[in-house]
Design a protein around this ligand. Structure first.
Ligand code: HEM
Length: 147
């Protein structure tokens, strides 16, 4: 059974991807208002999250926890355009980082991104805890090749 994490190329590949992605985000006119400065932890934390979600080590849950992810997105009031740009830049970064381009892998990544970005957007608008998305754990993404 191959995890998405292993197929992607493990930590080295995911870290390269997140570095390219974060640099794009910081340079983007639509996203710059949300990301005014480079945070030294962002690339590592994104790598931990993606690795765990793809079936790799659970460093995000162990070190930060899902509540942390809820808190960092709260009150950002992410617009549809910003969410869509976030997804677009991530897909570009996957190409630029040279991650596998087989369709089952790309489809799983697209699903993960669509879902995750909608959760983040919903949480960014929640004015009460009841309005938060019900997800409370890092989701574990599987794919067709994992059987
Ligand atoms: C798959 C979906 C997403 C994941 C996995 C994710 C993950 C993360 C993580 C791990 C952090 C914490 C970074 C740190 O501790 O340094 C973070 C912060 C943040 N995220 Fe997201 N995020 C997602 C979607 C989005 C979207 C759609 C937006 C806006 C368009 C967004 C905007 C932000 C902002 C503004 C911060 C805080 C500022 C910063 O770290 O620079 N996120 N996100």
């Amino acid at each position: 059974m191959t995890s998405l994490y292993a197929h992607a190329g493990g930590d080295e590949a995911l870290h390269r991807l997140e570095e390219i992605f974060y640099t794009k985000v910081l340079d983007d006119p639509l996203l710059r208002t949300l990301f005014p400065e480079r945070l030294p932890t962002h690339v590592d934390h994104l790598t931990w999250f993606t690795a765990e979600s793809f079936g790799g080590p659970d460093r995000f849950t162990q070190n930060l926890g899902f509540d942390y992810l809820i808190q960092v997105h709260r009150h950002l009031e992410i617009t549809d355009e910003q969410r869509e740009r976030f997804v677009q830049l991530y897909l570009e970064a996957i190409d630029e980082a040279g991650l596998p381009d087989d369709e089952p892998f790309r489809e799983a990544v697209r699903e993960h991104l669509e879902f995750g970005s909608r959760v983040a957007q919903q949480n960014s608008h929640a004015t009460t805890d009841a309005e938060l998305h019900p997800l409370r754990d890092v989701p574990l993404w599987t794919w067709k090749e994992s059987d």
